[in-house]
Ligand binder design. Structure first.
Ligand code: DGT
Ligand code: CA
Ligand code: ZN
Length: 597
């Protein structure tokens, strides 16, 4: 049992206790312990066996016993009993935005609701609105939430699907008799969310490969066991989440492999185009072969197949039938952005607002990832829930940044802010203070329910402010959990282009605020894009590659991003923007005056 498994078990106990009506104090003890264990850097096994668990802060007697049983036996009867006592439907109800354990318990007590189906029926019958503490508005929101869950179905986020896919792929590649194997489907195209895992392998003897696949340790259910195709439901702990997904393995001959890999990578729409091109040449293309009179043979790679159709090879991320066939035919496929092209980040939090690490720790972590600059973007004053900084604390932070910049080598800290866009589209700091920052990330964190017109006008007004460098969180969406606010994103992009503003690709895989289609549109409009991890901890800085995936799906190259530029270029550009504003407004920047102590 790994440390992660232990943490996940504790987290699950916390959730189940909350759904059983336990008090906050007890449930929090478990969720806090889950976090403590997941962040514990020692050897948990050794600590347990040495009887030293009690020395870890926050682990009391009850927790100590349970963790010891978990680690030593790999099971916990207490958790198994809890699971049996809580209806699984209640856990599903937790996914409805706005429904916490307390409300779920009330729904169960008063209306005997213990599943999403019953909840939907009760909302439609108007019963939920009648309950104390709910009301018509809340009932409407719950209904919307259930419908949203229905449309997302069983899709899984890329950051959770990829580790499971890669774990299965590594196993498949090691099976005796497997020559080649690849992840295909939406996972290979790096879509933000993925329905299922598609693996294609080549082997001269598929039988034993099929048998080995359905017996993998990750398998929780076998849904198909054929001669060349098998399907499983597999599970893996990714961080604190237990990721469950279906996965298909298809085995083909080595000769068929490139065509099969191409076919199962998709997208379906891309495949349709390829088949048309084959037909135009008098051939036919399916998942096993390119065939017909005079069809080219000896196709060993995807590039060979594309070449036979007079096309340049294209990265999987671009295979969505949004114009890629034309650039492939013109042999003008762009060289897409790579994670190594990113040289710094602009939107990050520290302990000054709601981050978990200090300025110095964050800067060092950024440096360890090879970045040249680390931009602080703590929250602004009106976001009190996230401990936003008032003017006094901003100036203190500037002094701290100056101090660290004079002492640290190899990384430059930039003075930024994630400044709230207020309801009327104005910014959360006065111009005088804004002028002291190196740059400003403007974000919406409140009033998500404005009308589309109001929200669009609000954000466009902020973009027109000369202090604003880039727009953070373009949509406010939480993938598979909450739709973004109502917004005319096209108008926002037009406004950004008009005022020369940048737009953020938020790399948090639970957000990815700007989707790939809008990234592509932003590029067409000539808007510089910025990949930001929105890091609240040093670990979050490693999320940048998820932003790179979206960027690649939007056809971005190194030149399309602002944070692929060197520190010198970045400083020069920020300086230029600020000078233009100063010249036009006559404001004096505070940076020129000595910091107030
Ligand atoms: P998803 O929904 O995240 O699993 O997305 P995909 O793209 O992985 O879709 P999936 O798993 O249904 O199919 C994998 C690939 O197989 C797909 O990208 C293209 C290919 N494929 C599936 N069905 C068809 C089809 O009806 N026609 C063609 N041309 N290709 C298909
Ligand atoms: Ca798939
Ligand atoms: Zn942020």
């Amino acid at each position: 049992m790994t440390q992660n498994d232990v943490a996940a078990a504790l987290e699950e106990i916390g959730t189940l206790l909350a759904l059983s009506g336990e008090n906050d104090f007890r449930t929090r003890a478990y969720t806090n312990a889950a976090r403590t264990i997941s962040q514990f850097t020692g050897d948990l096994n050794a600590v347990v066996r040495g009887g030293k668990l009690g020395e870890i802060r926050g682990i009391g007697v009850a927790l100590r016993d349970k963790i010891t049983i978990l680690v030593t036996t790999g099971r916990l009867p207490y958790l198994e009993q809890l699971r049996a006592s809580v209806p699984p439907g209640l856990i599903a109800m937790l996914r409805v935005p706005g429904l916490g354990p307390k409300k779920i318990i009330q729904l169960q007590k008063d209306l005997q609701i213990d599943s999403l189906e019953k909840l939907e029926a009760a909302c439609l019958a108007g019963q939920v609105a009648e309950l104390k503490g709910f009301g018509a508005k809340s009932q409407e929101r719950i209904l919307e939430g259930i419908r949203f869950l229905g449309t997302v179905g069983n899709r899984v986020r890329i950051d959770e699907a990829l580790p499971l896919g890669e774990a299965l792929l590594a196993r498949v590649r090691a099976f005796p008799g497997v020559i080649r194997a690849e992840l295909c489907g939406s996972l290979r195209r790096r879509r933000e969310t993925v329905k299922d895992i598609d693996i294609v392998a080549s082997s001269a003897d598929p039988g034993p490969v099929m048998d080995a696949f359905v017996k993998l340790p990750q398998v929780i259910q076998v849904t198909g066991h054929g001669t060349t195709k098998s399907s499983i439901v597999a599970a893996l702990m990714v961080g604190l989440e237990r990721v469950v997904m279906s996965a298909d393995l298809r085995v083909v001959t080595e000769e068929q492999f490139p065509v099969a890999m191409l076919h199962f990578t998709g997208s379906k729409e891309h495949n349709v185009r390829l088949r048309q091109r084959a037909n135009e040449r008098g051939w036919s293309l399916n998942e096993y072969a390119l065939s017909g009179d005079n069809a080219p043979g000896n196709l060993r790679t995807e590039a060979d197949i594309y070449g036979a159709l007079d096309l340049e090879w294209v990265p999987p991320e671009m295979r969505e039938d949004t114009g890629e066939i034309d650039v492939m035919a013109a042999r003008a496929v762009p060289k897409l952005l790579e994670p190594g092209d990113i040289r710094g980040v602009f939107h990050n939090h520290t302990t000054a607002s709601d981050g978990t690490a200090t300025l110095k720790e964050m800067a060092r972590a950024a440096q360890a990832l090879g970045y040249e600059y680390f931009g602080v973007g703590d929250h602004s004053q009106s976001l009190t829930v996230a401990n936003g900084l008032n003017a006094k604390r901003v100036r203190q932070q500037w002094a701290e940044i100056d101090e660290w910049n004079s002492r640290l080598t190899g990384i430059r800290i930039l003075k930024g802010t994630e400044c709230d866009i207020l309801q009327d589209g104005s910014l959360d700091y006065p111009d005088q203070l804004l002028a002291g920052f190196d740059y400003v990330v403007a974000s919406v964190h409140s009033h998500f329910t404005l009308s589309e017109e109001e929200q669009t006008t609000r954000i466009c007004k902020a973009l027109a402010h000369p202090a604003v460098t880039m727009l953070g969180h373009a949509t406010g969406r939480l993938l598979l959990r909450r739709e973004g606010y109502k917004l005319n994103l096209e108008r926002v992009l037009q406004t950004a282009a008009e005022h020369g503003k940048m737009i953020e690709i938020n790399a948090q895989p639970s957000r990815l605020d700007l989707d790939w289609l809008h990234v592509k549109r932003a590029k067409e409009l000539g808007i510089p894009l910025v990949i930001n991890p929105d890091a609240h901890s040093p670990e979050d800085l490693a999320l940048v590659p998820f932003g790179v995936m979206v960027a690649r799906r939007g056809w971005l190259t190194q030149a399309d991003l602002f944070n692929t530029r060197s520190l010198t270029e970045v400083l020069a550009e920020l300086e230029k923007r600020k000078a233009a504003w100063m010249a036009q407004s006559g404001i004096e920047t505070e940076a020129q005056t000595p910091p107030v102590s």
